[in-house]
Each structure stands twice: as C-alpha cells, then as structure tokens.
Design a binder for this molecule. Structure first.
Ligand SMILES: [Zn+2]
Length: 264
C-alpha cells in the first residue's frame, strides 16, 4: 500500500524518478539505529495534523562522483534535448520563497530548491509547501559554510546530516541531490554526499542574482540558456526582487523558444 509520504515523494521526484524507473534499479533501505529513526514530531500549536511529517528512512548510498553535475544530460541522458532545469538556492525564506512559488505556479514551472537546514528548521511549513507544489529538493548544508571545501570529514558530515534530517522532518522527503555552498567541492564532500544517497549538482548558467547586479543583467545571463542547462537563482540571502522580476520575463521567453523546465 502506498503511504501518503511515498505519494508526496513520488510527486516531487521529477526526472529522477523517471531515470531510476528507466534503469530498473531497485534500492533497499539500510536499517538505521533506533535512536535516529524516531519520528520527530513537535508541538505545532494550532497546526493541522497533516502538517506533521515523519522523518524518512535514509537513502541507500550511491557511488561517489569525482565532479559535480553541470548539465542535465550528464544526469539524465534520456531527458528531452529541450529540457532545462531551474535551481533555486538558499531558502526557505519567508518573504521571497512564497513569491517564487507563486511565480513558478503562474507559469507552471517545476524547479529544484536547494534548502539550508537552519532555515528549514525555522520555516518548516515553507519547506513543505515547496514539496506540495511538486518541486524537487536538494540538500544545501545546515549552515551554508562557504569554506566547506576545507572542513574536516566530521564537519562536512555534520553539515550534510543535520540538513538532511531537518529537511526530512519538515517534508518527509530525503533529498537525492546535494549542492555545495558557493559550488565549492572536495573529495570529502563528494563522498559524504554519496553516503547519503545524493548526487552533487552544480550549474552552468549563473546570473549572480545574489549580488543584485540589476534585473537586466540577470535576464541577459539567463536568456543564454540552451537545452540541457542547469540554471542557478536564489530565493534566500537577501532582497530577491530583481530575481523575481527577471524570471517573470525569462521564463516565458525561454518557453517561447521551445525549452521545457524540469525538476531534477
Ligand atoms: Zn547557496
């Protein structure tokens, strides 16, 4: 019987589910020590019951990569040639994530949100709203340390595990993707992500919207996107009005060129 959590996970799985299905791979979930399997259910005051989630079982490890994915077809060779993936980093954030979700819904675009653990802890409902809207999730560490490539194995593991648990508690989903803060990678990071069953994801279209370079700059950078590209934008980290304004023009323009937005 399919549980609600499984349904949610499938609903958010995007191309990943397709690829796994195509390859016919079956994964088994290793047992986890009891203390870590407990359902983390907090008092949510007047919150309706259905907003409580049970932390998912950990994903099976995947082989470690020696680099991060920049192109959709590196990840999903059978994806249509006109597919592009929009990734949105550093949320959830109470002002800009809802605006981003509304915009994506308006244009019927599914995207991938790279979530920061401490923000998920603070805004679990927003994390859940992202999943319920059918978007994919990516682990973006607990505290977003920009020096992560120089951190010890223990500290990298902690950053990844804590974020994984917070995202799982809030949404019932174990992310299958990991994005390192600032795109900083190391052997240690690739291996830690792989142990958690995650594929490292980078980008190849970066409008540097986090630096607020102006709506025009963001638009021009994003309109260079071609089929197979992974695009980077932000809903966290500050005033994202330029990003929202730019996407409002960029999304319909890229669609007009025949490109299709897919979640990872
Ligand atoms: Zn980031």
């Amino acid at each position: 019987m399919m549980t609600r959590r499984r349904l949610l996970a499938l609903g958010a799985a995007g191309l990943g589910a397709l690829a796994v299905g195509d390859a016919g791979r079956e994964t088994t979930t290793p047992a986890r020590p009891l203390a870590r399997r407990r359902a983390v259910i907090r008092s949510t005051g007047t919150a309706p019951r259905q907003h409580r989630r049970v932390r998912p079982e950990p994903a099976a490890p995947v082989p470690a990569r020696a680099d991060a994915v920049h192109q959709l077809h590196d990840l999903f060779p059978t994806a249509p040639p006109n597919a592009i993936a929009l990734t949105i980093d550093d949320g959830p954030q109470p002002e800009w994530t809802p605006k981003m979700l509304d915009l994506l819904a308006e244009f019927d675009v599914k995207a991938t949100f790279s979530l920061i653990g401490i923000q998920v802890k603070q805004f679990p409902r927003l994390a859940e709203r992202i999943v319920q809207a059918g978007h994919q999730l990516c682990n973006h560490t607990m505290t977003h340390p920009l020096d992560i490539a120089s951190l010890s194995k223990r500290n990298v593991d902690r950053e990844i595990t804590e974020a994984h648990d917070r995202i799982g508690d809030a949404t019932g989903v174990a992310p299958k993707f990991f994005r390192s803060p600032g795109g900083a990678w190391s052997h240690t990071i690739y291996h830690s992500a792989a142990r958690h069953g995650m594929i490292p994801i980078d980008w190849d279209i970066d409008p540097r919207d986090w630096a607020r370079p102006g709506t025009g700059h963001i638009k021009r950078a994003m309109l260079k996107a071609k089929g197979g590209d992974i695009l980077l934008c932000h809903d966290g980290g500050g005033d994202r009005s330029e990003t929202i304004k730019a996407l409002r023009k960029v999304i319909p323009e890229l669609k007009k060129r025949g490109l299709t937005f897919v979640a990872l």
